[in-house]
Design a binder for this molecule. Structure first.
Ligand code: HSE
Length: 314
């Protein structure tokens, strides 16, 4: 086998209550990366980047400056490979959308390269290389997109180094709505607005919400999930960066969502519901709420995918 294609899903990071430590993948949108073996020892090249959505932004073709390949460059060096890799990227995730695009490209490229190795690494061993893509893209090696993208499911990163992740069960009735307003928000900027210190009372409330949310998932208790799925720490600091956010959130809750908050660093917004029909109506309502604020938006309705990055036909 000399060539492998991998699909890696879009992910919702933070999940309102777990800043930099919780995330989950969608089942319907992601990036696809094809990696082939070349004869050039330890050389990583990018052949091409295709974009499903024309956002007018082009990613660098220089492998040292592309999130998909920076980790792979470290991998070929650390393993002292006698061959190299040529990479083709298909971006299905809009750039700067808060849908985990840099993690998806990085994870897809590494999982594909790993499948071409004589002695493949474990997912835990690939993890630090995938984080290098996040560090390059945002200046911070936060793990909450990489973990669910690599492992699948609602994933808590208890520790990134050494890597320790916990898969949290999600009740089967849960559907996620993801709405992407046609705006671009740079994660560096979105992290830059956050105060370095937090208020003690807000910390206590957020801890209660995180614990309640996780207990609600284990107990399959939609009421506990709904009362807990509230971000009192990060959302209040970031919502002003997303025109129409407050209106979209109110609308989602008014149409029966269990909770609604910013996806990752935004501008996308996610909601959880306890039925597919509710999710469909929440999605329509949120898109029209953004339209009311003068912002066009796309939406997806998805289960919380149990699958992370996987090999697909080319
Ligand atoms: N946890 C990160 C943040 C996710 O909110 O900045 C970025 O995708």
């Amino acid at each position: 086998m000399k060539k492998v294609t991998v699909f890696a899903p879009a992910t919702v990071a933070n999940v309102a209550v777990g800043f930099d430590l919780l995330g989950f993948p969608l089942d319907c949108v992601g990036d696809t990366v094809t990696v082939e073996v070349t004869k050039k020892a330890r050389v990583v090249e990018i052949l091409k980047i295709d974009y499903d959505l024309d956002g007018g932004v082009e990613l660098p073709l220089d492998p040292a400056n592309n999130t998909a390949t920076v980790g792979m460059m470290a991998l070929v060096k650390d393993l002292a490979l006698v061959h190299g890799f040529r990479v083709s990227i298909k971006k299905g995730i809009p750039i700067g959308s808060g849908m985990g695009g840099s993690a998806a490209s990085s994870v897809a490229a590494l999982v594909a390269a790993n499948a071409l190795l004589e002695r493949p690494l474990t997912k835990n061993e690939l993890f630090p290389y995938a984080l290098m893509g996040e560090k390059l893209a945002t200046g911070s090696a936060h793990p909450d997109n990489v973990s669910p993208c690599l492992f699948g499911g609602l994933t808590l990163t208890r520790s990134a180094a050494p890597v320790e992740t916990v898969s949290i069960p999600v009740p089967s009735f849960i559907y996620c709505v993801l709405v992407h307003p046609h705006l671009r928000l740079d994660t560096r900027e979105s992290r830059g607005v956050l105060a370095p210190q937090i208020d003690l009372k807000a910390h206590v409330r957020q801890s209660a919400n995180l614990a309640g949310f996780i207990a609600g998932c284990y107990r399959e208790d939609p009421k506990l999930i709904a009362s807990s799925l509230k971000d009192v720490l990060i959302e209040p600091q970031r919502e002003r960066l997303i025109p129409g956010f407050a209106r979209a959130q109110d609308t989602a809750l008014g149409h029966g969502a269990l909770g609604c908050s910013i996806s990752g660093s935004g501008p996308s917004v996610f909601a959880w519901t306890d039925a597919r029909a509710t999710a469909e109506s929440v999605a329509l309502a949120m898109v029209s709420a953004f339209a009311g604020a003068g912002v066009k938006a796309d939406s997806w309705v998805s289960k919380i995918s149990a699958q992370g990055a996987r090999i697909v036909p080319p």
